[in-house]
Design a protein around this ligand. Structure first.
Ligand code: PLP
Length: 241
């Protein structure tokens, strides 16, 4: 009997396939080949999987659960990884997020923003943040409603521990492709309205394993891909959002 390839062994090929999908979509969209960055979403994957992706050239990783991420980071401290927090922010977890991540996607609350800014260690550069917008109108999704983004943005721009990079959204799960495209497009149009020369809001964090092509066509600059790189998450994922 031949042994099944272990998922770890398949990571370099899966990563290459995802990179090829991103590049093809980027060129289809008439955008420069390096217009879209890749965050490898390693939530519920082991440190060995992260290390395998690193060895295949991946540098940015996304995590959704603070304690899980800190445990993993401890085993990977020899690697200069760019860590992105992409989960739901809990008020009592802002301190470790501010201390142990380079980016936070999914900021949608001014109280959280103030805490992250205050708690960002002085020796580190400002925490890069994307403001999460609820473009699908679905109550279960985090994010501020589009009409409230301008006020949140204005307040965040005054916080010295944060650097606002742009906007982030999650598509409605199971919605038809046309509706998903609409919510991705809405994020871009909102960004275009809010951007100023001083604060261009260059980053559009949108696109996951199933909708990365649509997201790239609609202007994503960072896609967050888990399953397509690492395979199905090996343990309970019911808290994913
Ligand atoms: C889990 C997760 C992803 C990755 O989803 P896949 O479908 O596995 O690619 C992206 N973004 C967020 C916010 C997530 O929680």
């Amino acid at each position: 009997m031949t042994a099944c390839p272990s998922p770890i062994d398949s990571i370099p090929a899966r990563l290459a396939a995802v990179r090829a999908r991103i590049l093809a979509a980027t060129l289809d969209a008439g955008r420069p080949p390096d217009a879209v960055g890749l965050i490898a979403v390693s939530k519920h994957q082991g440190a060995d999987a992260v290390r395998a992706a690193w060895q295949a050239g991946q540098r940015a990783f996304g995590e959704s659960y603070v304690q899980e991420a800190l445990d993993k980071q401890a085993g990977l401290c020899d690697l200069a990884i760019e860590w992105h927090f992409i989960g739901r922010i809990q008020t009592n977890k802002t301190r470790p997020i501010a201390a142990h991540f380079d980016w936070v996607h999914g900021l949608a609350d001014l109280g959280h923003a103030r805490r992250l800014s205050d708690q960002r260690p002085a020796e580190r550069p400002p925490l890069k943040v994307c403001l999460q917008v609820n473009t699908s109108g679905e109550a279960s999704k985090g994010g501020v409603v589009p009409a409230a983004v301008a006020d949140l943005l204005a307040a965040c721009l005054g916080l010295p521990g944060l650097q606002v990079m742009g906007l982030m959204t999650l598509p409605a799960p199971g919605a038809d492709v046309r509706l998903q495209r609409e919510s991705l497009r809405e994020l871009r149009l909102l960004r275009d309205r809010l951007a100023t020369p001083e604060h261009p809001l260059d980053c559009l964090s949108m696109g996951m394993s199933d909708d990365l092509e649509a997201a790239v066509l609609e202007g994503a600059t960072l896609v967050r891909i888990g399953t397509a790189i690492f395979g199905a998450r090996p343990y309970n994922n019911n808290a994913a959002h």
